[in-house]
Design a protein around this ligand. Sequence first.
Ligand SMILES: [Zn+2]
Length: 330
Amino acid sequence: MADFFRGRRLRSTAALRALVSEHHVTAQDLIMPYFVVDTDDAAFRKEIPSMPGQFQLSLQEFEKQLAEAVAAGLKSILLFGIPKCKDATGSEGYAEDGIVQRAVRLAKSRHPQLVVITDVCLCEYTDHGHCGILQKTEHDVTVANDSTLTLLQQVAISHAKAGADIVAPSDMMDGRIQALREALDAEGFTNLPIMSYAVKYASSFYGPFRDAAESTPQSGDRKSYQMDPANSREALREATADVLEEADFLMVKPAGAYLDIIRMLRDGFDLPLAAYQVSGEYSMIMAAAQNDWIDLDAVTMESLLAIKRAGADLIITYFAEDIIKRGLVQ
Ligand SMILES: [Zn+2]
């Protein structure tokens, strides 16, 4: 009799491996982000150079692409808008007929069963590219926390009125979950869930997104409100605050380089946990695959499986539409 562990027994056939597989990625877990542009050109469809396969879309093009994706099995989307005009307070972000508000109405009218999540932030709508209102201090310019909350409330309410199923604040202002909850409740949206970007790092992996959403800060960076990548205990404080303020989901962003943080939140909290596989993670996989250095499908699926294994229930990923359409996930 062997006196060592024969782990290979359970790996000997594909059927056995499937039987004992601990984690799975399914279409139900995946949320697809879209970038919708306010434009008079109905046929507008522009590939994002740093994100091959991802497009900025006019409302009409979005409608077409979404119809195909939903027919293939896509269940949830996350919407970002690119307005015609930007200003200091990001007013297109909370305009009743803003681009995201129109995209929500369109998506829900065509696909009532689709889960439509909206990004609640101001950086795509401000001319300076920051996530809130700028305030001059003695030595510096910074994003004013409390006055930004008032605008974020307006953004969330405008999304709720348009028919969003979930609002997802990504701004990283302090107290925003409480502010949004109060505002939504006051307007009668007591049942509208908030998916908090609870733990959002000031990450360099966001680079390609800023091309896509045209939201690069004109000056400075976002390190005074997003988290320092060196910190993990701080993630618990951020998540705890959001739970106390009544968030319905927590999120970790980015995902692949922050699997330890996903696991920490999974172990520490019982809310549904989302992870955002960000633009840079997508672009790195795509670039290497286009060079034939890696196998696109295998690496994509492994990257998503790792995020599930780390503890995420849901994954926001730019791969969602493609892998659902091609049947890589069911
Ligand atoms: Zn932002």
